[in-house]
Design a protein around this ligand. Structure first.
Ligand code: OGA
Ligand code: MN
Length: 287
């Protein structure tokens, strides 16, 4: 394998990899290190079955089985489909996953390490791909914070709630998803994480907050918490921290959910088809 950095704030391409075959311990170690350092890795020209995607993903930690229990492969519940395609009146996958800024699984006690997407069908218009996945660099966002805010976040914790993103999709974005049932909410109660993490791969500090799921800075009164969260959300989304991944079919895209936040750009129409297979990987290797 060979790494070709994008020479941007995030991102690198990995060449000469065949993810349909088992990787050896050295390759695994190398990918983990690259993921920490570049935040977002793309592998082009991959031919993968859902099972091969699952097996590659399992190298990096425990695979999540999503609480919503929709769009899962019937035989492989760890593999989900993200798609706007419909067959016989039935959606082929989750059509609006990730369509606002967030990091995956900050709402879980065991947070996410990486999310691994395999792009099978990518929409194009006038020769340009649509449905980019955008990222923002949380190492850089931490380093770019004013010193007094860095210091004040040191002993702070943040509550993250799965339902925040879910309800925002319904109420603000017009999603047709149903409200979470009381059972689903009980399965994913709000959780608390430090506002600053020492990234387990880079050993540098990252801002661990995101607009999708962060609801409260626990050590502050509510109004001060709201104000600081609003500041952090605006800060972490500045253009200078951002990188947009331009999809191509047969790409495998893998990102670090501790050092980045991301957003799925919904700039394609229902007749412009996107079809992606996904595995979410917990950070249990590190915690
Ligand atoms: C996700 C996600 C981004 C995309 O699957 O968690 O945010 O571009 N997806 O599909
Ligand atoms: Mn996501």
């Amino acid at each position: 394998m060979q790494i070709v950095p994008e020479n941007k704030v995030l991102g690198a391409k990995v060449l000469h990899a065949d993810l349909s075959k088992p990787i050896n311990p050295l390759e695994r170690k190398q990918i983990i290190e690259w993921l920490g350092n570049y935040g977002v890795l793309a592998f082009s020209n991959q031919d993968l079955t859902p099972r091969q995607l699952r097996d590659f993903s399992a190298n990096f930690g425990e695979l999540e089985i999503n609480v919503a229990k929709v769009a899962q492969d019937p035989e492989l519940p760890e593999v989900m489909t993200l798609s706007n395609m419909v067959q016989d009146g039935k959606p082929l996958g989750l059509s609006d996953a990730g369509q606002d800024w967030h990091t995956d699984m900050s709402y879980s006690k065991m947070i996410a390490f990486t999310n691994i997407l395999y792009g099978i069908k990518i929409p194009y218009r006038n020769g340009k791909s649509l449905g980019n996945t955008e990222f923002s660099n949380m190492h850089a966002a931490y380093e770019g914070l004013p010193q007094d805010i860095q210091a004040s976040l040191e002993n702070k914790t943040i509550t993250h709630d799965f339902n925040k993103f879910w309800e925002k999709m319904r109420q603000v974005k017009g999603s047709t998803r149903l409200p979470l049932t009381p059972e689903q909410r009980k399965e994913k109660p709000p959780v608390i994480h430090p506002a600053i993490l020492v990234h387990p791969i880079t050993k540098r500090k990252v801002l661990y907050a995101n607009p999708g799921y962060s609801v409260r800075i626990n050590e502050l009164p509510e109004d001060e918490s709201d104000e600081l969260l609003a500041f952090l959300f605006a800060h972490q989304l500045q253009e200078k921290f951002r990188y947009a991944f331009d999809w191509e079919e047969k790409n495998v895209l893998m990102w670090d959910n501790m050092g980045t936040i991301h957003n799925a750009v919904a700039d394609y129409r229902p007749d412009e088809h996107r079809y992606i297979k996904r595995c979410q990987v917990a950070a249990n290797l590190f915690f």
